[in-house]
Design a protein around this ligand. Structure first.
Ligand code: FES
Length: 122
């Protein structure tokens, strides 16, 4: 039912945890299941230098969180803002249709964290 990449990121998630005094924090919740994803950013010279996540959710939500942190690290804020939920699901070789809604958290949480950073630096 799940791709090997989903299973890999679920059983061995990358970048789990918090960044102390993060430059940006984004949190989104999934209204249908109650799961929550939080993303922490360290930003330097407009580039995402470090990114970590904490997700209270299903396996697909954890796998997508892990994947988005891998995709966002080293990107400029502009590059990271155009990462889509769809791109995360594709990078994981797809999710079962019933689990596509879980992938909606990942890019949304990343974008929320970037917007949080921008608000603070305005
Ligand atoms: Fe809630 Fe997957 S069931 S994010």
């Amino acid at each position: 039912m799940y791709s090997e990449k989903v299973m890999d990121h679920f059983t061995n998630p990358r970048n789990v945890g918090e960044i102390e005094n993060a430059d940006g924090v984004g949190e989104v919740g999934n209204a249908s299941c109650g799961d929550i994803m939080r993303i922490f950013l360290r930003v330097k010279d407009n580039v995402i230098e470090d990114v970590k996540f904490k997700t209270f959710g299903c396996g697909a939500a954890i796998a997508t969180s892990s994947m988005i942190t891998e995709m966002a690290r080293g990107k400029t804020l502009e590059e990271a803002l155009v990462l889509t939920n769809q791109a995360v699901a594709e990078a994981l070789d797809g999710l079962p249709p019933a689990k596509m809604h879980c992938s909606n958290l990942a890019a949304d949480a990343l974008h929320a964290a970037i917007n949080n950073f921008k608000e603070q630096s305005d």
